[in-house]
Design a protein. Structure first.
Length: 292
């Protein structure tokens, strides 16, 4: 079964519930920033509802309410997960989530593939967000997220990569192209347009995070910009520059500004020694391989 063999950490690394709750509260009070322009925000985020105890799920919901922070977990990613939840708890994953106090507009969920019509309506009414992870879903053969139905029901739909360990990359530009192509397998090209996917990656993702000051270029929002060059061979002859970013496979922004500060110039991160970073990463990977 999914949870019994693949989704759970070994007990030797699991802390008790009170230690986890207390340290979560400490981190929130020390590091969580609030209001427009916040650069560090903390969410309570067990990897899945089945990798922690039922009590910790409920305590996390209570703490998030008390401290006014968000909740995040992975849900409805595989059919095995649904079967495991029904066998262990006698209910489907979304029912378990609601029973734990998580079905609200404070929560956003990764994947959200295996929801039925009633569950999609419930997610929409609650305003619970879904972070669509197309590349990870394809790597693992998990299925197709019902993005349009979720969005129509009122659930914010964002775009995510599920981490480089799950999809072997963390490239949101490539993820937009994957979301468009994968979406057109379920829907029609006229429904999953480049505008829709860019909306998921920007406005929808901001809504998943509960932010109104990012995700767009309206007055009062943060100065967040991603600038792409279209003078590469792959873009030659493109009619629509925005569509070309997805259809022609843009993979790297030339410049990125976050809150009015340049973070990427000439395609490379500012103030970061990439050679040193990759050397440290390679050394850490070698230590991990040798320890296994």
């Amino acid at each position: 079964m999914w949870g019994a063999t693949r989704g759970l950490p070994p007990q030797s690394v699991v802390q008790d519930e009170q230690t986890i709750v207390d340290d979560s509260q400490r981190l929130i009070r020390r590091y969580h920033q609030r209001g427009d322009g916040a650069m560090v925000t903390i969410a309570l985020a067990p990897c899945s509802p089945f990798s922690v105890s039922r009590e910790l799920m409920r305590e996390s919901a209570h703490l998030a309410q008390a401290e006014d922070v968000r909740l995040h977990t992975h849900l409805a990613e595989t059919e095995d997960e649904t079967a495991y939840c029904q066998e262990l708890f006698g209910m489907r994953p979304l029912d378990y989530l609601e029973d734990s106090g998580w079905l609200s507009n404070r929560t956003w969920l990764a994947h959200g593939i295996h929801f039925n019509d009633d569950e999609i309506a419930r997610l929409g009414r609650a305003g619970t967000g879904i972070a669509h992870c197309p590349s990870s879903n394809m790597v693992l053969g998990s299925g197709l997220c019902r993005t349009l139905e979720l969005e129509a029901a009122g659930a914010p739909v964002g775009l995510a990569v599920d981490g480089s360990a799950s999809a072997d990359h963390s490239n949101l530009a490539e993820e937009m192209r994957q979301a468009m192509l994968l979406g057109r397998l379920r829907y029609s090209p006229s429904q999953v347009t480049h505008e829709a996917v860019i909306r998921w990656a920007t406005q929808g993702s901001a809504r998943c995070l509960g932010r109104e000051d990012i995700g767009g270029l309206e007055p009062g929002q943060q100065a967040d910009l991603a600038l792409f060059k279209l003078d590469e061979l792959r873009f030659s002859g493109a009619e629509n520059p925005l569509a070309a970013l997805l259809l022609c496979g843009a993979s790297r922004a030339d410049r990125v500004m976050v809150a009015g500060r340049w973070r990427v110039t000439d395609g490379l991160p500012c103030d970061l020694d990439l050679d040193q970073l990759m050397a440290r990463h390679d050394s850490a990977a070698r230590r991990l391989r040798n320890a296994l």
